[in-house]
Design a protein around this ligand. Sequence first.
Ligand SMILES: Cc1cc2nc3c(=O)[nH]c(=O)nc-3n(C[C@H](O)[C@H](O)[C@H](O)COP(=O)(O)OP(=O)(O)OC[C@H]3O[C@@H](n4cnc5c(N)ncnc54)[C@H](O)[C@@H]3O)c2cc1C
Length: 572
Amino acid sequence: MSEAYDVVIIGAGHNGLVCAAYLLKAGYRVLLLEKREIPGGAATTEETMPQEAPGFKFNRCAIDHEFIHLGPVVQELELEKYGLEYLFCDQVVFCPHPDGKYFYGHRSLDKTVAEIERFSPRDAQKYREFTEYWQRAIGAMIPMFNAPPKSIIDIAGNYDIAKIKDLFSVIGSPSKTLDFVRNMLTSAEDIMNEWFDEEFLKAPLARLASELGAPPSQKQLGIGAIMMAMRHDPGMARPKGGTGALVDALVKLVRSLGGVILTDQSVEKILVDDGKAVGVRVRGGTEYRATEGVISNIDARRLFLQMLEADEIAAVDADLRERLDRRIVNNNETILKIDLALSEPLKFVNHEHRDEYLIGSVLIADSVHQVEQAHHKPAIGEIPDDDPSMYLVVPTMRDPSMAPPGCHTAWIEFFAPYNIRGREGTGLNGTGWTDELKNQVADRVIDKIAEYAPNVKSATIARGVESPAELGERLGAYNGNYYHIDMTLDQMVFFRPLPELANYKTPIENLYLTGAGTHPGGSISGMPGRNCARVFLSAHQPLNRTIAKAGQSVKDLARSVFGASSKDRSHS
Ligand SMILES: Cc1cc2nc3c(=O)[nH]c(=O)nc-3n(C[C@H](O)[C@H](O)[C@H](O)COP(=O)(O)OP(=O)(O)OC[C@H]3O[C@@H](n4cnc5c(N)ncnc54)[C@H](O)[C@@H]3O)c2cc1C
């Protein structure tokens, strides 16, 4: 038995750290327990090949940050004071097309429209309208992202005049509302076909939309259209030094507030006493007591099915165990990750190469059909490597500090199945993945890059490949799902992860959920961490403060509607 804390957080992913920071600021004593040797989860930057490629730093998972700029976490926590510096990208996407055309997206909408106009004046005009519509849709949704889904008062308090205008512009009449609902119900592919003619434009937009983790044809994922709109406003940025610099800043903040982060601590059991979470036990048997709450940065399914006894769950909800086991959906899609240490930047020689192409994300998306295969095949256990589509970044082009002088790195994300059909029971954790297979797949991915940038092979100094099974093991994520659970509409907002768990609370008293498996979902946003902290704090604060806060929210809303207007659409 060790020292008691007010709150114990399981997992020091960026959401666990954000949540900890808010609780520490409110005066709670917080302990974070992280299973890996370093904090950060899917947001680390590491020197993974110190022998073959010393001085090359790799973002092992997340690289491009957009969602975090739709919320107030960076400003509220004053992360710049703790060393965080965001480098925004002026060039955000480059996607070469096999016929010599290319999509070259800039942060500036005007510049992007001018690029499209070179190949299609009609699609250029449509692209402007498309982007403006989805940016208003984002403005209308931001207040919901930045509040617990069932906290109507919090959501209302987040609307200022600009966001109310955005809301009315997308749902301000019955036909606009129905159109918006239909956009949510339809697929990214249908939306691209409705707006655009040209494949060189549709394919990269479909690829970005599918970053939500499903094929472009999947109904109810039309919201994927926001993925490109966000790159214009609020923009796409990367922390200087890599995504891990966000984690470093959070760690410094947490420690400066007296928070404790213990690594190499794999939580195995939630300690429950009389229906109430009172602490955790880690591998090796050490127990950590929490007087006010236990918060999980890992998904609800793993939390309940692996860390609680069946009778402890049944005592609070007879159906919950089975619902968590059978109702939450994971479609088997995850990522095979390739890191390259390069002696020179990639050269897209067939597409009027400019080094600036490499500042944003390079998408290999030859057609919507190819993107469809990239996501459809993993869902049925097949590896889509006969014609690989991928997301590729050369982060050193924007941030040379991540490699030795003159050298570069490449970050390659290739969607792949977690469990491979026909290889069940073999390889790592019975998934079918072996070292030989992951390298064979990586070779095919590199061959595909070489069709566009032939110098990729001669420029490679060293290569690291992580299979889906290895990724899943490193993150401790169910089926290697980097969003913890799928991001389909039926598992979002009030349904994430299940309706009865959707407001960060659980039926076990003092046991809370945060992280990618809670609203508003995966990616680098810090929103689940902040929202969970708000729910925790309002559950622990006296009723009179809750009433005062509700009154303040109503006043804020009234002021924003009838008083001063705000041009800032990015924050709640
Ligand atoms: C290859 C890849 C690329 C990505 N690219 C992007 C991108 O460019 N942009 C973007 O926005 N998002 C991206 N994502 C998604 C994003 O990284 C994640 O959704 C996000 O980091 C999740 O953060 P989290 O804090 O909720 O959870 P996690 O980062 O998963 O944190 C959970 C933490 O819990 C720890 N843990 C697990 N089990 C235990 C246990 N038993 N005991 C103690 N600790 C435990 C884990 O080690 C981890 O530190 C990417 C993900 C991957 C895998």
